[in-house]
Write a protein that binds this ligand. Structure first.
Ligand code: ARG
Length: 655
């Protein structure tokens, strides 16, 4: 049930005729049918008469009139008005709405029609680097990927989730080195994962220290040079005349200014890495391991080459690391269809490179095997000089595997925006290689920021661990639940805290436009008012409370509904909003943006609370009006519940 879609289909042939059957132009025009911003004018508004009129050199109003005369809208719309220069206002027919509500009531899936052409999707998400503790950045990939997989499946696609674990990279070299040189055997035996994470962090610190020390002079001189440049430019600016010249120099100043800020940040980072070691207890250790960076790479390549000791340690560590991650996934209720990490593809990498070379896509350059691409300054390296394969090589193998074994029509990579260049290159190579039919899409997302406007970090500059965040969200949700209901039994309190705490954390992330950075803020995310999970969960619980009060079981009404009545505007508004669920889901899938579902649910919540304020269920004039309102309440609750479940967020009968 999707009114917008049906309206578009009614207009499609007429518009298509007007644009010489140009499909893209038709779609662009149809995209100009939108929900009306003011309900007074109707439910939807079509604005395509303006551009069409302009193109045809005809008054848009006449164009609008001609289109409306041809369209068969009587079944869907009760009113079609042409306003102003040629806006077409469409008001849905009440009987059509009521029919739609009945269908939604009777259907598990709320009358969401399955997509006409289902596709096979692989959704690659979460994909943390094993051996590092999961941190705040992983929550974004995990919850966005999980939501997209659920939504795709719900609307009738076949989506499989794949956790492409980083289980084969340098981070393993780090813990191998750490294990061999710094392990505390007693701790390792009782708290293996704790000890492995400590070793990882220690080695990371030492590598950063030596790396930063080596780079420091270069960073300093780079900054100094840029600063001099900036001073020069500013001086030049004071004597520059002429609009164009002034504009040009301003632009240069701003560009160099940005590079100065960048260079400062790099220098600051390096100084921090140094200060974390120098003068502290780690200083002596650092001095004893001056070549740690190279040594770690060596451990990694020994592992890749099949060195028995390293391979055995890897085999011992991997399940332990995975188990630790699993506790986080369990708390988030996230499950994967597959967990094929990087190591899974190891044996295929040689063949991939050979194939690329044989087909003439890859060639040697400075000893490395590279794929050169027209639109990129640097090539994609698929095998290094020393024979090592790279992250990119594995990703190419993964594409081949997914196409062959799953006949994938689309692969979504839910990964941090900083990897955009990697994916642009990867997709370009895949296309060259012949995988040009499938949709390969980097579903990228921004950084999680702290309230101070900087990337969310602990005081010592480490990324914030995920387990601690989940604990804190649950703790705070528990405190709120206690305030709301005194004397709530302990088990119910724990359940409330979990459902609201974890749900709010997920929702805070999902409700943001994924491309933007977002600010992590417990108070905001747990607020009962606003676009939060707690607000929607509260709406759901309210309905359950109402149903308990009026003592009506909504279940029989689902298959045998009593006719709907719209005694007030707000009942009709709620009905229209309820019927827009499918539209919201299809909007999400245009550019893989779960926040559009959140926006929809928030609008639904707001309309529901208006209805709740204005429409009594206690003293209705008639039994049928009471039933109609009960049905609206029931459908609202089910839409919230289903919508939240697609975001993998739960609801509660009482809050
Ligand atoms: N393990 C990578 C990281 O943590 C992300 C992997 C994303 N998926 C992929 N197929 N490249 O940065």
């Amino acid at each position: 049930m999707n009114a917008l879609h049906e309206l578009k289909e009614q207009f499609r042939p007429i518009i298509s005729d007007l644009v010489n059957s140009d499909a893209a132009a038709t779609d662009a025009m149809l995209a100009m049918i939108r929900p009306a911003s003011d309900a007074k004018h109707g439910d939807f508004q079509a604005n395509f008469a303006m551009p069409l009129g302009k193109k045809a050199g005809q008054p848009p109003r006449e164009v609008a009139e001609a289109i409306v005369a041809k369209a068969d809208l009587a079944k869907i719309c009760q009113n079609v008005d042409i306003a102003g220069p040629g806006f077409i206002n469409l008001k849905l027919d009440n009987d059509w709405i009521k029919q739609g509500l009945k269908q939604a009531l009777a259907d598990e899936k709320l009358a969401v029609t399955p997509v006409a052409s289902p596709r096979n999707y692989i959704v690659d998400y979460s994909s943390p680097n094993v051996a590092k503790p999961m941190h705040v950045g992983h929550i974004r990939s995990t919850v966005i990927g999980d939501a997209l997989t659920r939504i795709l499946n719900f609307v009738g696609h076949q989506a499989k989730s794949d956790n492409h674990l980083g289980d084969w990279g340098t981070q393993f070299g780090m813990i191998l080195y750490g294990y061999k040189h710094f392990r505390d055997q007693a701790t390792f035996e009782v708290d293996t994962i704790g000890e492995l994470s400590r070793l990882y962090r220690l080695v990371r610190k030492l590598i950063d220290y030596h790396g930063s020390k080596a780079k420091l002079p270069e960073l300093k001189s780079a900054l100094a040079e840029l600063e001099t440049q900036l001073v020069d430019l500013k001086q030049q600016q004071s004597t520059t005349e002429g609009k164009a010249a002034v504009k040009k120099i301003k632009k240069e100043i701003s560009q160099v200014g940005k590079r100065v800020a960048d260079a400062k940040e790099k220098l600051e980072k390096a100084t921090t890495s140094i200060s974390l070691v120098e003068g502290g207890e780690l200083a002596a250790v650092a001095n004893e391991h001056p070549e740690i960076g190279t040594a770690v790479l060596l451990e990694t390549s020994k592992l890749h080459a099949g060195d028995t000791e390293n391979k055995d340690l890897w085999t011992e560590f991997l399940p332990i690391c995975k188990q630790d991650m699993q506790t986080i996934y369990d708390r988030l209720s996230v499950e994967f269809d597959m967990e094929l990490g990087e190591s899974y593809y190891n044996d295929m990498l040689g063949e991939i490179v050979d194939e690329l070379e044989a087909k003439g896509y890859a060639r040697e350059s400075d000893g490395a095997m590279c794929v050169f691409l027209d639109d990129f300054e640097t090539p994609m390296i698929v095998r290094k000089k020393d024979g090592a394969f790279l992250y990119s090589t594995t990703d190419l193998a993964t594409i081949k595997y997914r196409m062959k074994n799953f006949d994938a029509d689309a692969c979504l990579y839910v990964v941090d925006h900083r990897q955009h260049e990697h994916f642009e290159k990867l997709f370009a190579v895949a296309k060259l290689w012949g995988y040009d039919e499938a949709e390969l899409k980097h579903v990228s997302f921004g950084t999680v920021m702290g309230k101070d406007g900087k990337p969310f970090q602990t005081r010592s500059g480490d990324t914030v661990g995920l387990a601690g965040l989940l604990d804190e969200a649950e703790k705070r949700a528990g405190e709120i639940a206690k305030e709301l209901n005194e004397g709530i039994p302990a088990d119910q309190l724990a359940e409330n805290a979990r459902v609201v705490g974890i749900g709010s954390l997920k929702y805070a992330d999902l409700s943001q436009n994924r491309s933007s950075d977002y600010t992590f803020d417990y108070e905001k995310m747990l607020a009962l008012k606003g676009n939060t999970a707690a607000y929607l969960q509260y709406g759901y619980a309210r309905v359950q409370g109402i149903l308990r009060k009026v003592e009506i079981d909504p279940q029989p009404l689902r298959s045998q509904p009593v006719g709907f009545e719209f005694a007030t505007h707000v009942e009709r508004a709620l009905a229209v909003q309820l019927l827009r669920f499918e539209e919201a889901l299809s909007d999400v899938l245009i550019d893989y943006k779960p926040n559009l579902l959140c926006n929809y649910l928030f609008d639904l919540g707001q309309t529901f609370f208006k209805f709740y304020d204005q429409c009594s269920l206690k003293d209705t004039e008639s039994e049928t009006l009471l039933s109609s309102r009960v049905q609206l309440c029931d459908l609202t609750a089910r839409t919230i519940k289903t919508g939240l479940s697609l975001l993998n967020i739960g609801v509660l009968d009482k809050m």
